[in-house]
Design a protein around this ligand. Structure first.
Ligand code: GLN
Length: 307
């Protein structure tokens, strides 16, 4: 397979899609990003990375951080985690409140906001302080990415905190049902902070490699999680990673993947490679429009998918 050729075709064919969609503006700091950017990186098991576009530009990973927090929490709590968060697709937007009310404060899965907030709460209970919790999440990401040069964007963090009414509503609702152990304020602050971590597509595709290889980094040989846990994380990415468009993504792309409102998407080709794309304009489900299209083109041209 000629990955360079596939990527240069995608770079051409993606152009008409780069003007479509709308940048997330409910987090005001995200509305300032250059909307026309595009990047894609593919990392193989021997560490070779192929990239097109602005692949070393760091952007707000937002909900992609939920892959790392879910992985970490699953590794700490194992099956007990599912007493507090489910593993079913929600069929609802990522920030929806309705289901949470009639399902008594137990979020459907770790990738919708409510579920990710519970996951952050479990990490806060484990690491005790908001500072330590954030540092441990960041350390985990640095470890899987094999890169010390990863940090967060204070402006995006504060911007989301100052406008985070909906996430505060979700957290308060869950607290009222007894599904948050820590103070709402501490949990949402930690959640917003890990969402504001910034990474490039090169860094993200490298960071996801352990999930393409049963939880073990194929380059360093380091085992981050068990085979079983890696299977679970991939399964939840496939079924819930794109919220109420997870079925669409499975249909068109056919790979476990996770999106973020910063315009990033990560995807895993089991036993072969990991992929990251970035383009800030979003479709109506809040997923990168050109990014989704680029992954569909990649899967079509390479013939790679889990199906
Ligand atoms: N921090 C964002 C929020 O809570 C993450 C959402 C996303 O990336 N889909 O709204």
């Amino acid at each position: 397979m000629d990955i360079n050729k596939i990527l240069s075709e995608i770079e051409e064919e993606i152009k008409p899609f780069l003007q479509q969609g709308k940048v997330a503006d409910y987090i005001p700091a995200l509305a300032h990003v250059d909307p026309d950017q595009f990047a894609m990186s593919v990392t193989l098991f021997d560490g070779t990375t192929y990239s097109i576009g602005c692949s070393d530009t760091k952007f707000s990973i937002q909900s992609i951080s939920k892959v790392f927090t879910f992985t970490k929490s699953l590794n700490i709590y194992s099956k007990d985690l599912y007493k507090r968060v489910g593993k079913e697709p929600s069929g609802n937007p990522f920030n929806s409140l309705v289901q949470l009310e009639y399902e008594k404060g137990i979020p459907r899965n770790p990738f919708i906001n409510a579920g990710a907030i519970v996951i952050t709460d479990t990490l806060l209970s484990h690491y005790k302080t908001t500072n330590d919790t954030f540092e441990k999440i960041l350390d985990f990401i640095k470890n899987v990415a094999h890169n010390d040069d990863i940090t967060y964007d204070e402006e995006v963090y504060l911007s989301e905190y100052n406008h985070g009414y909906r996430n505060l509503a979700l957290a308060n609702l869950m607290k009222s049902f007894g599904n948050l152990e820590n103070e709402v304020e501490d949990v949402v602050r930690s959640y917003f902070k890990h969402c504001s971590i910034t990474m490039s597509t090169q860094e993200l595709s490298r960071a996801m490699l352990f999930l393409a290889n049963h939880g073990t980094d194929p380059i360093s040989g380091e085992k981050f999680i068990t085979d079983n846990q890696a299977k679970r994380v991939n399964a939840v990415m496939l079924t819930c990673g794109h919220y109420d468009a997870s079925g669409e993504f499975a249909f068109h792309v056919g790979l476990p993947g996770k999106s973020g409102v910063g315009g990033g998407i990560v995807a895993v080709v089991p036993k072969l490679m990991s992929i990251a794309v970035f383009s800030p304009r979003l479709n109506s489900w809040g997923n990168s429009l050109a990014g989704t299209q680029a992954l569909e083109l990649f899967s079509q041209k390479s013939g790679l998918s889990v199906f």
